[in-house]
Every structure is written in C-alpha cells, then in structure tokens.
Design a protein around this ligand. Sequence first.
Ligand code: HEM
Length: 485
Amino acid sequence: MTTNNKLTTNWGAPVGDNQNSMTAGSRGPTLIQDVHMLEKLAHFNRERVPERVVHAKGAGAHGYFEVTNDLTKYTKADFLSEVGKRTPMFIRLSTVAGELGSADTVRDPRGFAVKFYTEEGNYDLVGNNTPIFFIRDAIKFPDFIHTQKRDPKTHLKNPTAVWDFWSLSPESLHQVTYLMGDRGIPATLRHMNGYGSHTFKWTNKDGEGVWVKYHFITDQGVKNMDVNLAAKLAGENPDYHTEDLFNAIENGEYPSWTLKVQIMPLEDANTYRFDPFDVTKVWSHKDYPLIEVGKMVLNRNPENYFAEVEQATFSPGTLVSGIDVSPDKMLQGRLFAYHDAHRYRVGANHQALPINRPKNEVNNYQRDGQMRFDSNGGGTVYYEPNSFGGPTEVPEQKQAAYQVSGIAESVAYDHNDHYTQAGDLYRLMSQEERARLVDNIVGAMKPVERDDIKLRQIQHFFKADPEYGTKVAEGLGLAVPQEVK
Ligand code: HEM
C-alpha cells in the first residue's frame, strides 16, 4: 500500500532522478556510484523464477467454496462439516506441455488446481479437466513429459516421440481417446469440468473410511472449441482463455462449479472388477453415483499475477484431517514431486508467501532457510519435546490405521485391460464426434516418421473398438489390422 507518491529506493530513501543515470558530464561514461541504477538493473535480472516444468501457462482466480450437502458421515474434514459453511479458495487453471508464453487454445489436458484455505489448514486438490491420466505409475512421468516437450536436438515438438511412447504404453489409450476427442480443447476455462482424478480416502469422526473421487461439474455447461477456431486463436490471441476468465470475473459473471463425489466402501477395493486406484480408469457412475458436496464460485481476480499465480504452490500432499491419500502409484509419486519442485522453483520458504500460507495459525519447529521473511518463530521454543509450553501434537488428528501387506517388488497393477474403457468412451460418442476424434488423431499421427509406430498404435485403437482402429488406419492410408496381436 502506498501512502504517498514519493519514489524510493528498495531501502526507502527518496530517489532524486529515475530517468537519467549519473554520468561524467552529459556524454558520460556512467558512474558506478549510481547505486540506484545498479539496484534497478540487478533486480531486473532476477525478475523470473523458473517456470513450472509442467503446467507453466496458467490463469488464477480467488473465490469460495460453500457446502450444500451434509457428508459428515463420510468425512470429518472441518471445511465440509456444515451445510452453508464457506471456505475461501484460490484456483489455478493451466495447460500442461507449453511454456509460460504458449498459446491457450491447444489440444492438451488442463490443470485444475484448487487451494482451500480451511480453518484447519490448507487443502490442495491438484487435478486436471480429465478424470483419468496417461500413465499409472509415477516412475514413468519424466519420460512421458519428455515426449510432450521439445526435442533436445531440433527444439521442436516431436510427434514421433509422442506416439512412440503412447504406443509402447497402452495404459495411455483411455486418456489419449479423451484428449483427441472434443474435450481436448475447451471453449473456455469456465466451460470445463475438473476432476481430482486419483482416488483419495475420507475418514469420519468415528475413524471409518471410504474411498472417494472428486468431480467439479461446470455450472456453465461443458463447451468445447472447434479445431479451426482454436488454431486461429492460437495465432491471433494466444492468451484467449486467460483473458476470458479474467474478463468474466471482472464483469461480475462469476463462474461456478458443483463439486460431486463418488464414494466407494473400503472393502470394495479388494473385489472391484479392476483396480480402483489405477488412475487410467474411471469408476462406473452406476456402481458409485455422484453425490453433491457443494459449490465453488470464482469471484475475484488476482491483484498481481506474479505474487499470486506464479508463486502459488499446490501439492496433492497438502491435506487436512479427514482426507488422506490412497495407494494410487501416481499419487504416491506426486506426494514427493510437488513441494520438491516448489523448493527449487520458489524457495525453501514458499509456504510462507501470502498466497500459500494458511489463514489459520502455523505452529511448528521449522526455522530459518532462505528468504525467511516472517518473524521465524521469534524467541519461542525451537525444538520438541520441550518443557517450555511449545506446540504439541493433536493425537485425535492421527490418520486412522489401516492394513497394508504384499511382497516388495517392482511390479505393475494386476489388472491390465487398457482397452475396455477406451472402447466404451469411443462407443459413447456420436458418429460426428467419432469422425472428429479420428480426424484429430490422423492429423496428429501423420507426421510420425515410422510406420511401425503408427501400426502399433492402430492395433491399440483396434483392440478398443475395431471400427476405431479401422478408421484411423484408413485415414493414415495404412493396412487395417486383420487380427489383434
Ligand atoms: C504441476 C509433477 C501427475 C496435475 C506439476 C509440477 C510438477 C508435477 C513437478 C510443477 C509444480 C510447480 O512447479 O509448482 C507431476 C508428477 C506426476 C504428475 C511427478 C506423476 C507422478 C499429475 C496428474 C495430475 C497433475 C495425474 C492431475 C490429475 C498438475 C497440475 C499442476 C501440476 C494441475 C499445476 C499446479 C499449479 O497450477 O501450480 N506436476 N505431476 N499432475 N500437475 Fe503434476
């Protein structure tokens, strides 16, 4: 907040001249004693933090979440404890593969990262606009992302790498079908759903647990963008989605989403027809219908993009009492990846920045580190256990105990049907949607340099649905598979 109009140095002293550097005479050279100029130039050199390694381009907004349905029989999470309860939140919506300045209207999943500032600490739900993912084991993530990024030699996007990886990772088929379909390019960020994608665990006050999946259903309705318009906008207005969200909120057209959940009894996970923790699969809505939780409304734009959006740090491991993780092997890897990324990208004390810090009190024995800009615990006790009345643990907040067992080995999930749900998604589409899907795939696969890669991928489409595989093969002018290997 400025209270007067006086320009000052970083150290608060008034600046005498901000237009002319100090020189020896009007011609110069410039004098090194112009410390104000040196500070300006040096600070400018440090204006960028590294962009996110994925999800670099994004738009953010503030809002609130309001509970509309009592689900306390499933979770003791405080922010869900009462119908009508409102919790402030911040959202960041992003593309995945492109750089910070890349176009918004590309075919890509959209990140859907929500930070709830609950009275019992922050809760981050770091999902996408798709209910599934390309891979199901965190160990494959860096390889997968390499294929989505630029080729190290040409510095160009590399369709051969993309389809080579996907064709060798058939678990990607469901998400590839989703991405290549109409939903691969949303009309705006307001017209898409968000999903937690993974399975999480809710625990109630009696210590009873359930598995849960989150669905944010857009109240604006799902709308997608025609590929030709998307291509045109990518050139004419690469920030189209960012601008649309900002303007909608600025004009008082507050976008909202209805949060729904699917609830699965814990024991069903042992007998369900596939592994419910496998993030390449959706749970049938017939088996586990959607149950309403509440409404999320975005009603305030950030005041400062860097402070609030660029410095926002979300992690699927930022949880509150009543909400825990599941054994999902992607989610488990993500529990490491995010805050590790933040410590590198923003700094060791990223959690204390205004956009990230909880609205409730933070009390622990962590101290020091670069850029410790709060009081650093002052003179209070800095170790535990102690005899000086420092903060102590809250045993009733311990996660409910649960049984795990198994032989330690590097092994995939037991269930390896990558085709049924991808085929179901294809069969759900109208003839027109299928035609657009095939068109998009054929366009994307044409530049692939090797036919064996294309044929391997066609086999996967064929296994999902023979018509699907046949149409892609025909579109690419390649042999239709006669049988599936
Ligand atoms: C961002 C890693 C899977 C959604 C990121 C970032 C990393 C990362 C390092 C950048 C964080 C930052 O610098 O702030 C991983 C790894 C994954 C994985 C290792 C797999 C094991 C997923 C999945 C989803 C997802 C499955 C969605 C269901 C997001 C979102 C962001 C993000 C939304 C952007 C968050 C923001 O807006 O700041 N991921 N990711 N990621 N990831 Fe993942």
